[in-house]
Every structure is written in C-alpha cells, then in structure tokens.
Design a protein around this ligand. Structure first.
Ligand code: ASP
Length: 443
C-alpha cells in the first residue's frame, strides 16, 4: 500500500471549518496515513496565531505578570474548535490546560510554551480523525548541542508507527536528552513532516498550506502568475535564496536524502495539483523555458579599479579579506580586466562601510573605488535553460525593451540561473518584462 505523510499548516487548521476541509482531504485518499499538524494559525488577516499567543502569554508568566486573560484566550481557541466539531474532549483539554498553566508558573521555558500549540492541536485532530496520537517529544530527539539527531529520530518514528495504520504526530517540537521540550525554528512543522516522511519511506510528502504551491513570480508584482507544476530541489534553492518562500528550507534535507518528492498543496483548493518538488525532472514537464523569477532589493555594488590588476597576485584575496574581516559575506563578484565588483547586502555593508573601504585602500592601493547603491538582484531560474539556445538573449531583449538599464550579469556555470542586477526602482518592471516574454508570450 502506498503511504503519504501529510502536513497541515496553521491556516489549514485555524478553526473548525478548516478542520472539516482537512478531514475531507484525508478521507479522500487512503494513502494519507500519517498526519502532522501545526498549531491553529490566523483565521483572518488581523488575527493572532496560537504560537504567538503562547509566546506572549509565557513571557508574561515569566515576568511574574498576570497572564490569566491571555491564557483564557488560548483556551477559547481550542474550546471553540472542539465545540464546533462536536468533539467530547472538553475534560481532557481542561486537564491539559491545567498542566500547561502550572508549567508556565514553574518557568518551563519558551520552547515548551510554544510547542503546546501543536501538541494540543494534535490531540484535537487525532480525536476528530479517529487516529492514534503520538507525542512528538517521545520520538523526535535533539542532542546536547541542540541539533536534531536524525538517525535516532527516524528509527524511533519508524518503530512507533510500524504497527499503526494511521497516526497524528504534532509538528514543531521534540525533546532534549534531559527530557525538556525543544522546538525547531519558526515554521518548523515542515521539518517534522519531512522527518516522518523519511522515517516511514513515504511515497510522497504532502505539505498542505493556503496557496497552490509556488508561482512563477511574486503575485504582488504580476497579478495571478502561473503556478509552477514541477521544480527541482536545486531550482528551489536558487529561488528560495532570492526570496521565494513557501517551505522551511531545513525540511528539504531529510526527504531529499531519502528520494521522496514533496507536493505543496492548497487546503482551500484541494482540486489544484500544487507544486511537485523533485530531485530530477525532464525539461518537458515545464511549459516554459524558465521555472521561476525571484529577487530582492537592497544590494550595493562596490567596484574596485586598478590598472594592471589582472597581473597582481593575491589582489582578489585582499579585496575579499576586507569584507571578511568585518563579517560581511558577498553575494556576487563579477570582474573585468582592471575592475572587480563585490555585491553585498546594503544594510550589512553600510554599517561597516568606512572600515572596509579604508582596509581596501591600504591593502590593495586601488586607483579608484566607487559604490553603486540601491541595486536589486533578479534571479531567472530554470533547468530548461541549459538545453535552450538564446535564453539570455531573450532576457536582455525583454529588459532593453522595458527600458531597464542592466547593471550586472552573472550566469552560474550550472546554467540553472541568470542573475541580473538592476536599479531598485526598475525591479518590478524587470520582473514583469521577464515574465511577459517567457510566460505570457511563451517565447
Ligand atoms: N506553529 C509554529 C510557527 O508558527 C510552527 C509551524 O507552524 O510550523 O512557527
């Protein structure tokens, strides 16, 4: 029998109505056997996620302030859900909340506090689905150094689930060697889902959220962009680095290593296929040459000019040392015969600008150093570029046509992406122009 591990994000479980959608999704496919829930998220834009309520409530308790009202608001979120679903577990929840309250008073820690959001939601969801509940603290282990012990964890999860047809394992937390609770970083239920999928060698890891997967570009720039049907892990890394975020990056490793594809799906539109994230994909599965466009504003280019630079041994190293000494990592480094440009994050650079320039002047004796501020970087990513001639030509023709002045070009040797530097103010126009030529016009 095939096995799917399904993780539901906070917005998918924000209230009883969302629980019903989740229940229908699980019932629709018998392979959806192991379920990883987040804590209830926002029900409407101005709402507060239960995780944030728990942090705030615990902080008040730890300060010795009265936290009754905040605590009651959290209790109400769960009680509303169980009452609206008609679940008879009020007594159980009252007992759980009493333990949590005592633990807050005993300063059990912020991680413990935040983890209760997923823990309680797991109890409610298991009851609603009629599945077994497994406390993640019993199967997800961190070492003394706070790092996940993947091997031990996978072993424990596998053993625990081996006799169970179905189960709910709350996301986001596990336990330390001294049995205290530790959480992953924010959004970490994605990681729990990935671990469970790897442990049971799932056929697919479905990650249910409130969007139908990745879009070719940011919908705030191009209204209603096309969805990405299939993306490789490497393409995803390029796009995520440049700002396209749907999925917790640390969740990729366990499933990628185990060769399990991830399917990003939309709880509110289960009929959509969503995005498949896979190791390898033929170019033919993508209708366009490119897979996605992402990018960010807020970079600076520092250009160093020196006659005969190319014959001066160690010049590049000395330039980079100046950045390294002040803790600044560089993003790109295009160079000419007598010039070298270093592209860095504006905020980080400007905080140490004077010291860095002084060091470059002393150690490199350049003829000239100039700084170009307000640079945006645009990443055009696609595995299809490799086999397609003229991709770069089309990108630059589109930008020229849109009257965008290109300040920098960098094509990775993987031929997976082309990075273009433009003025901050041209960023949106550039994204639109590239989208238009590859997607709208399908050139
Ligand atoms: N509830 C946690 C958070 O808000 C973890 C998660 O949702 O994945 O960050």
């Amino acid at each position: 029998m095939s096995t799917k591990v399904v993780k539901f994000g906070g917005s998918s479980l924000a209230d009883a109505g969302q629980f019903v959608k989740v229940g229908n999704i699980i019932k629709a496919d018998g392979a959806r056997r192991y379920v990883v829930p987040s804590a209830p998220g926002k029900r409407y834009p101005k709402d507060t996620k239960v995780t944030d309520m728990l942090y705030a409530c615990y902080d008040a308790a730890a300060r010795g302030a009265d936290f009754t009202e905040m605590f009651e608001a959290i209790v109400k979120r769960y009680m509303d859900i169980i009452h609206d679903l008609g679940l008879k577990i009020e007594d159980r929840l009252v007992r759980e909340f009493s333990t949590i309250r005592m633990s807050f008073l005993a300063r059990a820690g912020r991680d413990y506090a935040a983890s209760r959001g997923e823990y309680l939601n797991g109890i409610v969801l298991a009851e609603y689905l009629g599945f077994a509940f497994i406390d993640a603290a019993e199967v997800i282990f961190f070492g003394e150094d706070g790092k996940l012990k993947l091997k031990e964890t996978c072993h424990a999860v596998k053993e625990r689930l081996s006799g169970l047809e179905h189960a709910v394992i709350p996301g986001f937390y596990g336990s330390m060697p001294n049995d205290t609770v530790k959480t992953f970083s924010r959004g970490g239920s994605d990681i729990t889902g990935a671990i469970v999928a790897a442990a049971v060698s799932a056929d697919v890891y479905e990650n249910w959220t409130d969007i139908s997967g990745y879009l070719v570009c940011d919908p705030r720039i191009v209204p209603d962009p096309e969805p990405v049907k299939v993306i490789t892990y490497r393409e995803l890394r390029e796009l995520a680095y440049m700002g396209a975020q749907v999925f917790h990056e640390d969740a990729i490793f366990p499933v990628r290593q185990a060769g399990i594809p991830i399917n990003i799906r939309n709880t509110n539109r289960p009929e959509d296929d969503g995005t498949m994230i896979v190791e390898e994909a033929p170019d033919s599965v993508s209708p366009y040459v490119i897979t996605g466009i992402a990018g960010k504003k807020g970079f600076v280019t520092v250009t160093i000019e020196k006659d005969m630079m190319n014959s001066e041994l160690g010049f590049g190293r000395r330039v980079l040392e100046a950045f390294e000494n002040y803790g600044i990592s560089f993003e790109h480094m295009p160079s000419g015969i007598d010039t070298m440009s270093i592209i860095v994050h504006k905020d980080e650079f400007e905080a140490r600008e004077k010291e860095i320039i002084r060091q470059i002047e002393t150690s490199c004796k350049p003829d000239r150093v100039y700084i170009d501020r307000n640079i945006a970087l645009l990443a055009v990513v696609g595995r299809g570029m490799k086999s397609q001639r003229g991709t770069a030509a089309r990108i630059f023709a589109a930008l020229a046509h849109a009257k965008v002045n290109v300040k920098m070009i960098d094509q990775g040797s993987s031929e997976l992406n082309v990075i273009v530097g433009v003025e901050d103010e041209d960023f949106e126009t550039s994204v639109k122009a590239v989208y238009d030529i590859f997607v709208t016009q399908k050139l």
